[in-house]
Design a binder for this molecule. Structure first.
Ligand code: NAD
Length: 379
């Protein structure tokens, strides 16, 4: 049986044991020592009920965001690591108290099948390796949370969906902004038509990169800034409007650093047409000082976020003077807790594999249009 099933809140034996331990805490009020022991037992039991996550790829995102976020989650814990760099192992073992049996490399990942401590594999490797690592996790019988973009081709994304389905496990994609209250507020303003019918969504996301990153290699990245950060602007258009584009037109920008951008684009702009007359205009590049914002124009006003895509922080304004300023959350912790709850309650994630596949399909159409100079229809 899966370890997560035995940890489900519905599991009667777990539930009655927890009730008993908590009851014992009440009956000994006035006996601080016993009370301390029982609350320690409760804390240990709460910890054991969390789903065990294995981080695959210990680079910038895992180190700077995901491992720290896993210390803040309610339903998840960092149980294991997968790395191809042996020098990282002692540092991670020491910092996060990871036992030897929970350390893997990319070739031994499938042995996770014998490790009930791991429920979810979080794939955080370069884009074009996502399918390979997801397929290994599925073979080991684990649920998979995979970073964006899902992978670099429609075919590989479909293979990921099929593999998880065959393994009877769940798949979700790391769209952190879908868990941010300020992004959710923009979706509410759009879908409840607070400013009337949507007319235009305009925005972008950009960042600088160095010349020696995997991000400039087509084989590992699949593409340039579109696959890396432009995907956020694309997601905003789909998520905020809750609609799907029917046509896309795109063009590549000029290459001002030819030594760096030999294999992937330096910049791209694209327009999408949505049902109901909504048009969107997006851009992305790998340059310093680019966009990190979006504006929605509706019949009777505008709203949007700026900054929109910082880790764990977004703020915005509305044309009626009201701020969009809901308290920030740790987006990664919220995303992982949501997936854990989906697994526990057997509910499909809102950031499912199908959602990831949709973005990759549209990005392929954007590239096709930029190459051909013609609009591309989306089914
Ligand atoms: P990174 O370069 O910092 O880390 C990549 C990791 O993959 C490294 O530990 C590296 O050793 C490992 N790796 C394994 N095989 C490799 C190979 N053949 N070549 C190069 N590295 C290899 O990258 P990152 O910024 O952590 O990005 C990892 C993934 O996370 C990407 O898919 C990226 O799009 C995504 N990401 C998402 C967010 C977000 O906000 N959701 C932010 C950053 C990155």
């Amino acid at each position: 049986m899966d370890s997560y099933l035995s940890l489900t809140p519905m599991n009667p034996s777990t539930f009655s044991r927890r009730k008993f331990v908590r009851g014992a805490t009440f009956s000994v009020i006035g006996f601080p020592y016993v009370s301390l022991l029982t609350s320690a037992a409760c804390a240990a039991e709460d910890e054991a009920r969390k789903l065990g996550f294995a981080l695959v790829g210990l680079g910038g995102l895992s180190t700077g965001q995901l491992a720290p976020a896993l210390q803040k989650t309610k339903y998840c814990r960092l149980a294991a690591i997968v790395t191809g760099t042996p020098s990282k192992i002692p540092v991670w073992k020491d910092r996060y108290k990871i036992s030897d049996k929970n350390v893997y490399n990319y070739d031994t990942m499938e042995q996770m099948a014998d490790n009930p401590d791991i429920d979810v594999v979080y794939v955080v490797t370069p884009n074009a390796l996502h399918a390979e690592h997801t397929l290994k996790a599925a073979k080991a019988g684990k649920h998979v949370l995979c970073e964006k973009p899902m992978d670099v081709s429609v075919k590989k994304c479909q293979q990921m969906i099929d593999a998880l389905k065959k393994a009877d496990r769940m798949l979700a994609i790391g769209y952190r902004c879908q868990f941010d209250p300020n992004h959710l507020e923009c979706r509410r303003l759009a879908t409840e038509k607070v400013f009337g019918e949507l007319k235009v969504i305009e925005g972008g996301f950009s960042r600088p990169i160095t010349a020696n990153e995997w991000r400039v290699k087509k084989e590992l990245a699949g593409g340039g800034p579109l696959m890396d950060v432009g995907i956020y602007a694309l997601q905003t258009c789909r998520f905020t409007s809750a609609r799907e584009p029917v046509e896309v037109t795109a063009r590549f920008g000029p290459v001002t650093e030819p030594d760096k951008f030999k294999e992937v684009e330096q910049s791209v702009e694209w327009e999408m047409t949505f049902p109901g007359g909504l048009k969107t205009k997006c851009r992305t590049n790998y340059e310093r000082g680019g966009d990190n914002a979006f504006t929605v124009t509706a019949e009777h006003g505008t709203f949007g976020l700026n900054p929109a895509y910082n880790y764990n922080f977004a703020r915005g304004t509305r044309s009626d003077g009201v701020s969009i300023n809901l308290p920030s959350v740790n987006q990664f912790a919220a995303e992982m807790d949501d997936f854990a709850q989906c697994i526990m309650n057997k509910k499909t994630s809102k950031v499912s594999g199908e959602e990831g596949l949709r973005d990759v399909t549209i990005m392929m159409a954007i590239y096709e249009s930029a190459r051909s100079g013609k609009p591309v229809k989306l089914a």
